[in-house]
Design a protein. Structure first.
Lengths: 452, 452
């Protein structure tokens, strides 16, 4: 029932395309869902993709276009003339998808495409939507929705709803407005189904409705829909008039992007890249953090050069440099990522930063005690230098304590300063913890090798 | 319109609870959504929470229970007798929520609670659902749904749907089955609204329907719903009979958990923890990776001890150990995380592992060239040892090349072996790259210091 792309399938399709066999090529894709066809497009070159596109009916072709990866879509639209884009695709789309796609075009082409849209009210909706920030409720919403007046009878409303429903793909809620288009409530389809047809709208409306403003951030929209388990969310303008609605499928993308952004930060990648992107893009996304790491390494070398004599006299001290650095880095990443995830999930509730840091210190104390005891026992057995044994365990304990505290404190401070705390999770925290950890280690080493 | 917890609000509520002022306490929470009340519970102790609970009506109380964090719920249910749990909460729930909550109880209490459920068919549904794996479609689905027979008239169906709708919270699709309860299609509510009441179901049904089996993994369920933008997904048994449906809100949790799992792996945390968890839990979640990092560090020290004389003779060699180790780690994490994210998003399509590794090598070549040139220039200016200058740049280049290849190859290989590739992103890949990177560095150092 579901479709899976195979190498054989793609090969067969390519042969049909090469033969310019429209009938057979179409029969291979005609029963697939748009999302499946979009996946196939990733395996084809631009000419093959274009050939297939012209075989699809307008509605399916636009659905496929929406499902394509942004890069693929851009490449594809670049080779198409503006009037074809308007007539073949945009006319068939919901306003939110249409605005997203037009928003991706260069400015000159945007105007051209808009001028070729036949449905004047759709063109107006798109222009309205393009004004909103991409990362706000206004940027996520579609204008198409079903609204009824609270003073209407249910019977009249049903007639109106039938008219309005022709314009929209899916229907989850009916919005209830007053004469000024102010949102007053919702009608779930279940209520509609259960209601006796004699009643007035005002008798079955649910007046308790969660809504957002056009300028609510998309992150907050996602949090609200997730928290209250909503599949659709009405969007209001500054004075409470209903201007659009956001559906859950758009918000799932936001949720995924948020998670990916944090993941990229912690892995030291500064742009949204995929394994299929170009070598240039992949290099550019990775270089910034590598350079930061390298500059950190240079600072580390400078700091350590003060201990060059100690290292020359006691070369065994150098052997544990990687262990200390790695532990400092790992502990720092652990601590900062717990904070970042807690902030993202909003599981860090009220309560002072101080309390959180104290708890982190307690965790660090126990982890530090366990790790440094183990390395103490190891070195006691295998190392012939008691000074080294003592230096490694004591400094490991202090380094774990410091790195945890620092790793907890920095993202919390960034969050207070309204900076994305995820910045603190990647190579930055590792690098700083590395350097400070090594200074701690070598200082303790100098003292203890002086004593023993 | 929306609610935000403040310290003042909580203080006021606590005072009312302390005064045993039921009326005022209830008035503070009665207009809130269950998800908001659940958030308030996180700020209260168990006695305060219990006091509030008994003020709520049954339906709201069970909704709040569903919204609580798992730990809080467990603690709360522990102090309640089984018959109260059944009568106060479970009776009011959908089968999927009821099964989830009963599944969290100790086995003995499960049986007790089940025996106290008044609605025999709900008890049966719960027992059925408890048999499915938590991480499968069967474990996610609810039994409550609206289904009509394809041979019914629309009018008769509407009557039947009204009866069935009383049992469910939200309604998105009506499922169409044949006499054997085999799923044949769906009816969107939009179609129902647009249909003339005279027609037969078979005339307006959409026969193209995406479904899953009870044993489909929850990860695949999430991918399907995301890919095809579904808000509800029917679940079939082995022979195609309709047994339940999954709604998007349950799947959002799965999507979030998947993302969190990968995030935890890369940050070296081995259990699902939150900043509010106990010190013991937080310690336990972090210790395993720290120990692996430490064992790696010990191996590193052993490997480096072969170069102890080189380090003693040329102590400046030790200064760049942290830089080489950090770069090896960072590059490895970058490479592996791009692969892991690509696999999770299914943006790694067909095409051989070989091609991906070749591309990664190209990226590594350019990053390696840039970084090692820069460090070469730096050392040329600031270092008085040409041997060191050459050693650091050449080995940095080789280390970046190796760490990228290794970081790409390992998660791809794990994925082939059906092991979660995210295992390769955390401290594991960093540690291995650290050790191998340092051996490369010190070996090249020994050679070059021998020559110059």
């Amino acid at each position: 029932m579901r479709f899976e792309i195979t190498r054989e399938y793609i090969d067969e399709l390519r042969i049909k395309i090469e033969e310019k066999n429209q009938k057979d090529a179409l029969s291979l894709i005609v029963n697939l869902y748009p999302a499946d066809i979009a996946e196939i497009y990733n395996e084809l070159n631009i000419d093959e993709a274009k050939f297939l596109y012209l075989l699809l009916d307008k509605e399916k072709a636009s659905d496929v276009l929406i499902e394509l990866e942004e890069d693929d879509r851009e490449r594809f639209l670049k080779v198409l003339p503006s009037d074809l884009i308007a007539k073949q695709f945009i006319n068939e789309m919901d306003s939110d998808d249409a605005a997203d796609i037009i928003g991706e075009l260069p400015e000159k082409k945007q105007e051209e495409v808009l001028s070729h849209i036949e449905d004047f009210s759709l063109a107006g909706d798109i222009v309205d939507l393009l004004n909103y920030d991409e990362n706000s409720a206004g940027g996520l919403m579609a204008k198409e929705l079903i609204a009824v007046n609270e003073n209407w009878s249910l019977l009249y409303s049903l007639k109106e709803m039938r008219k309005q429903a022709e314009k929209i793909d899916e229907l989850f809620y009916v919005y209830v407005v007053n004469d000024d288009n102010i949102l007053n409530g919702t009608l779930s389809l279940k209520r509609l189904l259960l209601a006796q047809s004699a009643k007035l709208i005002s008798e079955i409306v649910n007046y308790k409705v969660i809504s957002v403003k056009t300028d609510t951030s998309s992150e907050e929209v996602a949090n609200i829909m997730k928290k209250y388990d909503l599949v659709a969310l009405p969007v209001l303008d500054g004075i409470g008039r209903l201007v659009g609605r956001i559906t859950i499928d758009d918000v799932i993308d936001v949720i995924k992007e948020e998670a990916e952004k944090d993941y990229q930060m912690i892995s030291g990648i500064s742009e949204d890249v995929e394994p299929n992107d170009s070598v240039f893009l992949l290099t550019r996304a990775r270089l910034p953090w590598l350079l930061i790491g390298m500059i950190g390494g240079i600072f580390g070398a400078e700091a350590m050069s003060n201990y060059k004599n100690d290292l020359a006299e006691n070369a065994s001290l150098a052997l544990f440099i990687p262990l200390i650095a790695a532990m400092a880095g790992n502990v720092g990443v652990q601590s900062s990522s717990i904070v970042v995830q807690g902030l993202a999930n909003q599981t860090i509730y009220l309560g002072s930063t101080f309390k959180k840091v104290m708890k982190e210190i307690a965790v660090a104390l126990s982890n530090g005690l366990i790790c440094s005891s183990l390395i103490f026992i190891y070195n006691l057995i295998f190392s012939d230098s008691f000074a080294l044994t003592l230096t490694v365990s004591i400094s490991l304990f202090i380094v774990i304590l410091f790195a945890s505290t620092f790793g907890t404190f920095v993202p919390m401070a960034l969050n207070r300063l309204k900076i994305d705390p995820a910045v603190a999770t990647g190579p930055f925290i590792t690098t700083v913890n590395d350097i400070i950890g090594l200074i701690i280690y070598l200082t303790i080493g100098r003292i203890l090798f002086g004593i023993f």
